[in-house]
Design a protein around this ligand. Structure first.
Ligand code: SF4
Ligand code: SF4
Length: 294
């Protein structure tokens, strides 16, 4: 079983459009949307949700009103200002969005009036799409621990691939270089980095490519909208060559990406010309890299 993870140094590079196309071209893969902080693969794949589960990324404090003596010690020691005196009830309460689950309040409460329970930070889903089964999720507003959720989704995608006897998983990974992208590429067979020909694109590419190298994950790069600045595209090519990173394909800027999204389609379903042809080439080259790795 092989796993391709499509990532980018920052959001908005066209990563998800490319994953949507890959899903259409592969036809027989299991899919995972691990860009959990800004999940939008569902806009192209229109999933039919079959399973819904709560996601808990950690614990959260809760004050047991009957036991609380109102001393205020918990509010005093909470470094996250997550406990406040409710002016209406004159009782101390934990703010749902502020608690980091550190447990300090519980340690200092003199009457053991603080309980801990799993916090519900979002939901994850198993869905059917026209291109195969999709594991995806929705985090609550301002919720964190998305690295843990990414790991969960990749695990579920692997289980589904085993159950369905499928040998390819395509993951829409998280952007950036933080915990979610580390969780996205750990142990993957290939990290395909999508970048744009801007100076910040090159800077972000360098950061995420060196992360992949550090994590021993094979990396390849593709330049989206390469024709909006060919001089910067050349710099990206030079960087890739100098660092033995395969530059797979250069995709031309095209309004077809937006037009396809408006119709909830991948560009490869929308048209066979122009940029769609480039993405098809990208897919073939990506498969070839995977084959060579075997
Ligand atoms: S420390 Fe304990 S008793 Fe004091 S206000 Fe907080 S929960 Fe209530
Ligand atoms: S668990 Fe930590 S963050 Fe949460 S309310 Fe208690 S002290 Fe504050």
């Amino acid at each position: 079983m092989k796993e391709i993870v499509v990532i980018s140094g920052k959001g908005g590079t066209g990563k998800t459009s490319i994953v949507g196309c890959f899903a259409a071209l592969a036809q027989n893969a299991v899919l995972a949307d691990c860009d959990v902080d800004a999940a939008d693969l569902h806009l192209i794949l229109k999933p039919d949700i079959k399973e819904t589960h709560d996601f808990s990324g950690g614990k959260q404090a809760r004050i047991i009103a009957d036991k609380c003596k109102g001393c205020g010690k918990c509010a005093e020691v909470c470094k996250f200002d997550a406990i406040a005196l409710d002016s209406a009830t004159q009782k101390y309460t934990v703010k749902k969005t502020g608690c980091e689950g550190c447990g300090v309040c519980r340690y200092f409460c003199p009457v053991d009036a603080i309980a801990f329970a799993n916090a519900v930070n979002g939901q994850w889903f198993i869905s059917e799409t026209r291109f195969g089964t999709l594991a995806h999720a929705k985090l609550g507003p301002g919720e964190e621990n998305s690295g843990k959720l990414v790991t969960l989704l990749r695990k579920k995608a692997k289980e589904i691939a085993q159950q369905q006897d499928k040998d390819l998983i395509i993951v829409d990974g998280s952007p950036g270089i933080g915990c979610p992208v580390i969780a996205s590429i750990t142990g993957a067979d290939l990290a395909l980095i999508v970048t744009e020909p801007t100076m910040s694109g090159l800077h972000d590419l360098k950061r995420v490519a060196s992360l992949a190298v550090q994590m021993n994950v094979p990396a390849a790069v593709c330049v989206n909208k390469y024709d909006i600045n060919k001089s910067n595209t050349k710099k990206i090519e030079e960087y890739a060559n100098a660092n033995q990173i395969t530059l797979t394909e250069k995709i031309a800027y095209s309004n077809d990406f937006t037009a396809a999204q408006i119709q909830a389609e991948s560009i490869c379903e929308y048209t066979t010309n122009g940029s769609a042809e480039h993405v098809r080439n990208l897919w073939q080259k990506t498969l070839k890299i995977l084959e060579q790795k075997e």
